[in-house]
Each structure stands twice: as C-alpha cells, then as structure tokens.
Design a protein around this ligand. Sequence first.
Ligand code: SAH
Length: 349
Amino acid sequence: MTPKPDIRDLSLDELTRHMISAGEKPYRAVQVFEWIYQKGAWSFEAMRNLPGELRECLKKDFDLKPNTVVRKVVSEDKTTKFLLDLFDHEKVESVLIPTATRTTGCISTQAGCKFGCKFCASGLGGWKRNLTCAEILAQVLHVQEESLNHKRPLSNIVFMGTGEPLDNFDNLFKAIRTINSDKGIGIGARHITISTVGLVPKIKELAKQNLQIELAISLHGYDNESRNLLIPVNRKYPFDDLIAACREYFKATKRQITFEYILIKDVTCTEKAVQSLKKAFKGIICKMNLIPYNPVEEFGHKTPSGKEMTDFRDRLEECGIHATIRTPRGRDVGAACGQLRHASQLLAK
Ligand code: SAH
C-alpha cells in the first residue's frame, strides 16, 4: 500500500482542486485550512462543521500526522524547546522564544545537517533527510499552540533550527506559502526569516521568488581563509562569491540582508576581522547580527567577555557597519543558536 499524502503537504490551490475533483464545493478547502492552521485541529474528526461523509473521504485520502511532542523543556528565560517524533522516528527540535515585543518560533528544516560548521552542534550527528512540507508546518502548529496557551500569539518565524533551509528549497517554500497565507497561519512575509549557510546558487534563486521574506546569511568568517576554517562549504562557495551574490540579491529585491557573525574569542572577535569586514562590506547597506558563541562541548571555542564583544560591535559601527549583539536565549536547556542536535545524539543527552 502506498502511504497516503499528509494533507499539510498540499497548498490551498491543490486542496481546492482536490475538492472539486471529488465533487465537493471549493470552499470546503478553505474550511479544512482554517481547521488545521487557525483552529488547532489535529484530526479530521475535529472538523465539526464538515459533513461526516466528507470527513470520511478526507480520512481515506489523506493523513494528518500528529508529529507528537515527545519532550518539552522550558528555560529560565521561558524559551521552550520541543522534541518532535516523525513518522520514521527521526526526531527534530523546534523552539518558542517569547520576548517583550514578539513571540518567535524557531523551526527546523532537515533532520540533522550536512554542512558540519566547526562551532555548531546540529552537524555533529550527520544528516538524515529533508523534512516534508507537512513536518515543517507541524512544528509551526505546535509552537503556535503553545504560544496561544500563554496568550501570546505567534508573531515571527525564523528558519534557524536544525538543517539548511535552502538545501530543502521546495518543501520550505511550500510551507512558507501556507504560513504566510491568510487562510493558513497568517504570518506576514516580513516576519519570516530564512537563515542560510551561504548556498550561492540558491540565494540567486531566492532573489527571483516574489516574496518579501527576510534573508539572513551565516557569514561568521571575516575573509576567505577564516571562513574556510569555520564553514567547510566555503570551499565550494567562497567568501567573495557569497558577498557578490548578496550584492546582487539586494539589487534585485531592494531588501536589506542580515549577516550573522559569531563571536568566538581570539578567532572572529579581533581588530584584523574589523579591518577585513570593513573592506568587504564597502557600500553594502545591511545589518550585522553578532551572535555570542554558545558553548558546544565538542568544540574548544570560548565566548569573548562582554567588554570584548561590545568593543567589537563599537569598532564595526565606527567603520560604518550597523551591528547589534544577539541576546542568547534558552542556553540552559540547549535551545540557543547552534545547540540543537540531531536525534542520534539527542536522547543520549
Ligand atoms: N543552516 C542555517 C540555519 C541555522 S541558523 C544557517 O547556517 O544559517 C542557526 C544560526 O546559529 C546560524 O547562524 C549558525 O551559524 C549559528 N550557530 C551555530 N552554532 C552556533 C553556536 N555554537 N553559537 C552561536 N551561534 C551558532
């Protein structure tokens, strides 16, 4: 028996076409969408205003997998990390981050990660597979449910969980369209951020998508050599090509890019780095998000002192690069940037 598709793998257009071909009224697709994405239905039975016969047909044609939360941990700062069990018992993590002004869901796009950056826990257990559109959406639904329990509606989504979003391009964009749709989750494109390790051809492809989403680039190195040491895929898509692709992206979309830059003591947080970044970023209007290194025991790096970090930020500002320091969230429960792990390592922790 071939497995049934999960209904969340369908766009609203696809579900509408399905309804029409099944002899149903097109508005039934909208009702189903609202049940799943707005009213928190995790089963077809729960969709009470649909005729019983239609619910039976949907059950026959589609799955609506719960992707059960098997572990939930809450940090001192109220950041909540979820561990979800997928159909093949792969597991992924998602994080809900409440702050004074927003409630952000941090979502994974792959089980494990191929890229093996030399400071990040996500690559340590290797790569298993891409997540489906439905699995990406299920994470958003879980964090949305939790945020509503706390009467804090989900306002932002960041694709900064495990895996490389642009390496799972089609499923990611299908999911984003449902997250963005007012019949779906209804989060504005400007409140959705994709973070990438710097896959140059995909950044070019992204520039052609007509979406107002935010793009963040994990730069982390200040020149080709330093980036080679930290991010192995820099050998394939070197520093200068990446910066050139970002310039092109800005020209095509007029959208400002955020650069993520990790602060590692004596490695990335130096005057040499300031000088090199000043040269590379000449004429680029951007934001630089400085991320204090979050400890991962397998790597020997150290986080700089508070003063070293603010001095570095001030030097960048003096050089015309607008920089802010990201406040680490959820460090005590391993939910901060770079601390999410692949399932093979998770349950041992
Ligand atoms: N693969 C994507 C999505 C991951 S987003 C990407 O590379 O952008 C997670 C962010 O946290 C990335 O910028 C990543 O480089 C950064 N990060 C990884 N490990 C970290 C660590 N130990 N401390 C701080 N930031 C880290």
